[in-house]
Design a binder for this molecule. Structure first.
Ligand code: HEC
Length: 144
């Protein structure tokens, strides 16, 4: 009986905590697009469906991005992702930086490091076919 009482207290506390953390402000922004990358249409298609949620100012925030604690992780991935590479602000990069980021994109896709692994099961369209991977890798090599 004592055990049941504790179980109630613990689950109630978790419930209260869960509701409480929903009030921590999270910023799901989409700043203006200042100079989007220009790439061949088929490359753009892959970048849009597999990279843009974290590397552009056109993030589609999913419903679970509105529920803490997932919202914190997602906000942070987008913030860090945009900071490293933002296809919506591409024209602000120097030609050298553009080449570097393009080459790096090819390398990370070839290595299976991008898109991030946990993103793929939640976004099946980002599960790239071998052809799509080859396309991005070839595009990356153009900038090496
Ligand atoms: C779920 C979010 C997410 C998706 C989707 C995603 N990325 Fe990233 N990307 C990140 C984060 C976070 C970082 C920075 C941290 C890191 O290096 O792991 C990053 C870093 C990068 C970097 C810079 C690495 C460095 O060391 O500076 C490149 C290039 C990159 N991603 C390319 C891509 C490409 C190309 C795609 C699509 C095929 C993609 N990413 C999809 C989140 C994402």
């Amino acid at each position: 009986m004592r055990c049941l009482k504790w179980l109630k207290i613990v689950s109630l506390s978790i419930g209260v905590l869960f509701i409480g953390i929903q009030f921590v402000p999270v910023q799901r922004t989409n700043p203006p697009i200042t100079g989007e990358i220009q790439a061949p249409e088929e490359v753009m298609h892959v970048l849009r469906k597999a990279c843009y949620d974290c590397h552009s100012n056109e993030t589609v925030w999913p419903w679970y991005a509105y529920i803490a604690p997932m919202s914190w992780t997602i906000e942070s991935d987008v913030k860090v992702g945009r900071g490293d590479l933002n296809f919506s602000e591409w024209s602000e990069y120097s030609p050298m930086k553009q080449d570097f980021k393009q080459a790096q994109s090819g390398e990370l896709v070839a290595a299976g490091e991008m898109p991030l692994w946990f993103y793929v099961p939640l976004h099946p369209e980002a599960d790239l076919s071998q052809e799509e991977i080859d396309l991005i890798v070839a595009w990356g090599k153009e900038a090496e």
